[in-house]
Design a protein around this ligand. Structure first.
Ligand SMILES: Cc1cc2nc3c(=O)[nH]c(=O)nc-3n(C[C@H](O)[C@H](O)[C@H](O)COP(=O)(O)OP(=O)(O)OC[C@H]3O[C@@H](n4cnc5c(N)ncnc54)[C@H](O)[C@@H]3O)c2cc1C
Length: 490
């Protein structure tokens, strides 16, 4: 009897496997048919071009989408969203593929990935000082095009970051102290919603989405295809700066951190500083929007409090466009033609707010951590983006980090896949301990899958609640979701 039951089970199992595969084949055939209406390239895993197209900046993790849809226009995005709805599949937007957690591929397998690379027009209205920018542009392309018309936009320093994911999650760079985050300068947007409809979003049309997208807009509410940004005239001359300090004399290290915190945020907003601490060096690179003479004057207060430098200060007068390449240590070709530099890395971020200075004990811990971890394969450093001016620019959006004196980013990188687990663990362990010395907040632009209480740390409790309410209205079925997206309920 038992044997007969077992024999019965074999064909049943076979039938199940066959029918499951059959359903999968039918589904993928139907998806293929559905996506036939897309004008842009639609690339499936069996295509020889597929593999290189899913290698983004961070190769620590990788995921395989069901299909890559390269939209040419809003209609393509609308059609792809409608296919995702019909076939009950996840759909994820990818702009520049620079998510620290590969969320541009959904952070999981089998998504429809809607790539915006070809929605990349840039139209400048010099009189109104605005620019309409397609979400598929990389920052280098944006800087280049605007520069040709005599304008700039406040955004990040890496030319290959996509403006889409960047501006929707904040977007901080050397111009941030003066002009705010990229998200602060969004005037309006076009977005495809969870019904596949095209929405215009500005303070008057869909104002709640206008609030949510500018800070918490990555992957949670819809696919933004175009932005209109406020832009600013480029100064005729800027000055890049490099200051080098003693990294082994802890009294001097404390003194520099103290000056950075006490004086830094109130410095003239034409100054941008990024301090870097490595196991063997401590330096500041910076930008002044003006001449070297004025830069020296504007830094006087800071220099009088900072320890003596161990090398003469380097001030380099140049054009704003040249400064992008200089400050990111790339050549101009890479700014005009940005591409991925795939590498293994993990990042954690912390805000030090103006109401709580980093104690000497925390600096000791950080220095010791960097000394220890750099003995192994995990090349690790910390950088500190000076804030200050940006706090004054609050344009009623979901970006809450307005009290920051500076933002800390600790990055670890390694050469071969096998080394990754140890480096990630060491950084995660250190991050948990280090959190107690800083504010409760972290930067959602430096997204971190391992971060605890990310809802509060990225958005604060009140704004997070508001975001959930907005999500319920615009995407109640949670079509746009990933591991750290805004949920439909608390
Ligand atoms: C090398 C490097 C340097 C960086 N430098 C800076 C810096 O100087 N300043 C700073 O603030 N940040 C910086 N970042 C962080 C960067 O801003 C974020 O990783 C940003 O999210 C990347 O955007 P993306 O479009 O390139 O990424 P993607 O991987 O394409 O997307 C990131 C997330 O945004 C979503 N998304 C993308 N496009 C859209 C869209 N059009 N509509 C809706 N959702 C979308 C994706 O689904 C995903 O969840 C840097 C990152 C890297 C890797």
């Amino acid at each position: 009897m038992k044997l007969i039951r077992q024999l019965d089970a074999v064909p049943l199992l076979l039938w199940c496997i066959l029918s499951f595969n059959f359903i999968k084949i039918i589904n993928s055939l139907s998806l293929l048919e559905c996506l036939n209406s897309i004008e842009g390239p639609v690339i499936y895993p069996n295509d020889k071009d597929f593999k290189p197209l899913i290698i983004d900046q961070n190769i620590r993790v990788n995921y395989t989408p069901s299909v890559l849809v390269y939209a040419l226009n809003n209609k393509d995005v609308q059609n792809a969203v409608k296919c995702a709805i019909s076939w009950q599949m996840n759909i994820t937007a990818r702009s520049g593929g620079h998510s620290y957690e590969k969320y541009g591929l959904g952070g999981r397998d089998n998504d429809i990935v809607l790539d915006l690379t070809f929605i990349n027009s840039i139209t400048i209205d010099s009189e109104a000082q605005t620019a309409r920018i397609g979400a598929g542009n990389r920052l280098g392309n944006v800087y280049n095009k605007l520069n040709q018309a005599g304008f700039l936009i406040p955004a990040g320093s890496c030319p290959s970051v996509g403006i889409g994911g960047h501006a929707l999650g904040g977007g901080f760079g050397y111009l941030g102290r003066k002009y705010g985050y990229a998200c602060d300068n969004i005037i309006s947007m076009q977005m495809i919603n969870a019904e596949g409809e095209l929405l215009h979003i500005d303070p008057f049309s869909n104002p709640d989405l206008f609030f949510a997208l500018r800070g918490a807009g990555k992957g949670s509410f819809g696919i933004v295809t175009n932005f209109v940004f406020r832009i600013y005239p480029t100064p005729s001359l800027v000055t890049t700066m490099e200051l080098v300090f003693n990294s082994t004399n802890m009294t001097q290290v404390y003194q520099l951190f103290h000056a950075y915190y006490q004086v830094g945020p109130s410095l003239d907003n034409d100054i941008a500083f990024k301090m870097r601490l490595r196991n063997d060096s401590l330096s500041i690179i910076g930008l002044y929007l003006g001449s070297s003479k004025n830069a020296t004057k504007a830094m006087e207060k800071f220099l009088s409090k900072a320890p003596e430098q161990i090398k003469p200060i380097v001030l380099n007068e140049t054009t704003f466009f040249n400064s992008i390449a200089l400050l990111y240590n790339v050549n101009k070709y890479e700014v005009v033609n940005p591409g991925h530099v795939p590498n293994f890395f993990k990042v954690k971020s912390f805000f030090v707010n103006i109401d709580k200075e980093l104690e000497n004990r925390a600096i000791d811990n950080l220095v010791n951590f960097l000394n220890e971890i750099n003995k192994g394969p995990c090349e690790t450093f910390a950088s500190f983006d000076l804030h200050g001016g940006v706090s004054e620019i609050h344009r009623n959006n979901s970006f809450i980090h307005r009290n920051a004196a500076y933002c800390i980013q600790i990055e670890t990188g390694w050469k071969s896949k096998e080394e990754g687990a140890e480096c990630v663990k060491e950084l995660n362990d250190f991050g948990r301990e280090f959190q107690s010395y800083t504010s409760n907040f972290s930067y959602q632009g430096f997204i971190d899958r391992d971060l605890d209480k990310w809802q509060t740390r990225y958005y604060g409790d009140d704004v997070f609640k508001k975001l959930v309410d907005i999500k319920k209205v615009y995407d109640p079925k949670n079509l746009f979701n990933f591991n750290q997206s805004i949920p439909v309920k608390l």
